[in-house]
Design a protein. Structure first.
Length: 349
């Protein structure tokens, strides 16, 4: 019975995978690991069902080559069943921006991980709008180091770090993002209709925490993969092509190494602990962002995400988990981070 179910899953997977790729590429050799694809699909489907999510996707990529080893997307078609998606170019805000903003700040030389930042009671007034931390109703985090602020997913800590690094010239932040090739690539051979990264409103307060921008999970993964790859950004690829380098060095190694340290700390001491594996040391970041929706105005939609890489000393794989769900609770660490951990525990490396 189990063997029969696996065969059915493989047939459905192949149908769903090819529906997301260009027709002219279907005869080419892809780099998907069929066993990993099945395992990832099973793990994701179980989590989506458990948290009553609308949709989700997982991408597993080799750090040095950019080869995509698993590409899984599921969306709810009715009240109980999840089907393979038709779209890997979903375009939305992201809760995974905090480390990217921190990397830009570190690159200015004005910020260090040990710097202190006061997040107060979890509510901060910025130009007439409230910037909140997720624990504002419990009184906030008070004073933290920059590294602790990242591990707490503190919006206020991130923004105040941006103030210190870019307060005199916010445009420098956006220039650095462009120099780091954030939001690349604009297209991937085999992925239909991948849309270029877009800033909907240039406002550092909200851009630095992932809002007022539109980006797809595979573009976020491409950036995190560059962090794992010591700053070398490579093109994600579904087929056995030669390695394409998007950016040979997104920032200095000093900044990359500092951020790597912070991403490990997030797993050992921060909100990323649900992604911690007994099998291998990992680094990564969780995130939760609110999404606008026209489907059901009575319930807010959230994206819960986790992106990371492993092993930390010599990264071989990077993974992004992105899940969209209606209503609370919504936790990137507890939900997407748990999927990340389960996937690692099934892999051989």
């Amino acid at each position: 019975m189990k063997v029969f179910r696996i065969l059915i899953v493989l047939i459905v997977l192949s149908t769903g995978f090819y529906s997301c790729t260009n027709k002219e590429n279907r005869t080419r050799d892809n780099v998907i690991d069929s066993t990993l694809q099945v395992n990832v699909t099973s793990i994701l489907e179980e989590k989506l069902s458990e948290i009553n999510a609308q949709s989700g996707q997982v991408i597993v990529m080799e750090v040095q080559t950019g080869q995509i080893k698993a590409l899984v997307g599921l969306t709810r078609k009715d009240s109980t069943n999840y089907q393979p998606c038709e779209n890997f170019s979903v375009w939305q805000s992201t809760g995974l921006m905090h480390p990217i903003s921190l990397l830009a700040a570190l690159e200015t030389g004005k910020v260090q991980l040990s710097d202190k930042v006061d997040t107060g009671n979890g509510i901060y007034q910025v130009h007439g709008r409230e910037l909140k931390d997720h624990n504002w109703h419990r009184g906030g985090y008070g004073e933290l180091t920059v590294q602790e602020g990242l591990a707490a997913s503190s919006n206020i800590a991130t923004y105040k770090t941006m103030e210190k690094a870019f307060g005199d010239n916010p445009q420098t932040f956006f220039d650095l993002l462009a120099n780091m090739s954030y939001g690349k690539p604009d297209s991937i051979n085999g992925i239909v209709s991948l849309q270029p990264y877009k800033i909907t409103e240039k406002n550092i307060t909200w851009n630095c925490i992932g809002y007022e921008q539109l980006i797809s999970p595979i573009q976020v993964l491409t950036f995190y993969n560059a962090i794992a790859n010591n700053g070398k950004m490579v093109q994600p690829q579904l087929y056995k092509d030669s390695i394409v380098v998007i950016n040979p060095q997104i920032t200095s190694r000093v900044s990359i190494d500092s951020l790597k340290k912070a991403l490990v700390f997030n797993i050992t001491d921060g909100l990323g602990q649900p992604a911690k594996s007994d099998k291998v040391l990992v680094a990564g970041m969780q995130g939760t962002s609110s999404l606008s929706t026209n489907e059901d105005s009575t319930k807010d939609m959230y994206a819960v995400e986790f992106c990371g890489y492993f092993p930390t000393d010599n990264p071989k794989y990077s993974i992004i988990v992105s899940i969209n769900k209606a209503g609370l609770p919504a936790s990137g660490g507890l939900m997407a981070g748990d999927v990340f951990r389960q996937i690692i525990d099934t892999m051989n490396f």
